[in-house]
Design a protein around this ligand. Sequence first.
Ligand code: AMP
Length: 507
Amino acid sequence: MVTFEELGLSDQILKVLSELGFEKPTEIQERAIPELMSGDVDMIGLAQTGTGKTAAFGLPLLDRIDPKEKFTQGLILAPTRELGKQIAEQLAIFSKYLERVNVLAVYGGAPIHLQIKDLRRTQHVIIATPGRLIDLIKRKAVHLDQLKFLILDEADEMLNMGFKDELDKILSYTPEDKQTWLFSATMAAPIKKIVRKYMDNPVEVKVNSKNEVNVDIEHQFTTVRQRDKAEALTRFLDIHSGTRGVVFCRTKRDTQNLAEVLVRKNYKADALHGDLSQFQRDRVMKRFKANDINVLIATDVAARGIDVSDLSHVFHYDLPDDNAYYTHRSGRTGRAGKKGISISFLNVSETYRIKRLERELGIRFNKVSIPSTADIAESRLEGWCIDTLQQKTNGRVDEELLEKISLIFGNLSKEELIAKVVVSELEKLDLGGNRDLNDNSPPRRGADRRHGGGRRDYRGGGGGRRFSRGGGRDSRGGGRDSRGGGRDSRDSRDGGRRSSSYNRNRY
Ligand code: AMP
């Protein structure tokens, strides 16, 4: 087995990879990183999202930046702002121990004057969507004349979206002697043209497996009405012991509301969203890392930079608009050799999206049902039984007291005694109503019917002993774009549709 240490990366990068729980390189990383670290090379990487391609080019890029040189050395072009943001997020984490390497993402739909302001200081690596980059070059906010590394990510997607002219233009601003690393899912004819025109004898690395990094993640989904989602979540939290997870919501307000509901019900939860000050964010993360809270409720953007590696669950309270975010969210579990569960809460009308995710990301989903209160009671009692069995008694109870109690229970059979103990434990449980929260109404037109039958038990993959709301058996824990009228409407994959769903309350 090849290790990251053998790929020629610096100690600072190796340190962060070990903190992230990246145990071994994926295929594209194993094959691309040594080439990209070795010197002057152009490369074609045929790989998709989910193969670890961002790290495959991002790690060598960061390691080869010279922070002492005060100009832009690396440019990553991405077709959409979502992808651009994700790349920036990953690079920010990877560069944690590298001294003063500045990375900035610029994309359409965000105020250009703020980006111009950020560009006044040296940005060693710029991640950009093509339209916005050209705007910034024209305004002389970006200078590419000393560029050393140009990365075209999802190049096929950029061409599909009609960015050919923009690519030609951007490339005309870059020096001849730079290295070009092109990543694409396919090698269609227009890509071959780009390669012939702009690349010099490139090394080709092709990987087949789509979701290599996600092999330890079990993808599940459940159908539930919007109004029942919070209760469904608590049932999943109740049924699995030792759950430590991130719940992804769409808006800041959703994260806040959900956190309040959970805290009211005595779960150890808190929200992480864009309205929090740095101090508040740090405090939430500190509590999460210290296990003082075990459920973090976050928006996609706020969850950037969460570098925790031991999550048992990722909950998609709402599915992200962009499928690539799904990979990114779920990639936070199933790390460091541990199994993880990524579970999506869907309205019945959204089930068609599962098929799309399966197709685009090369993963399989299992449908699971929301545990009933009877399931939870059973699992909690099982847990209680195991705890009881493991209790050490030797010399811990006064002999006289034991004799007295034995006399009191003297006439009861073992069965009668067990029944009484179980009833009294059940009475201690506070499981709320026992409504069936599964929404089994027929999918509406366009929804995927294929999964209707093969429903799996929620316990699939959970394994082991379940339930603990906040630690001990009954201890309930305490603490307790708008697109802005930009010229280039393609800078965001869904253009107009997205503009209505991105509102001020978002992130
Ligand atoms: P990508 O294919 O670059 O979009 O990466 C998908 C996800 O896999 C991201 O969340 C990465 O952080 C994660 N990832 C990348 N490389 C590895 C690795 N070697 N081991 C575990 N996770 C990884």
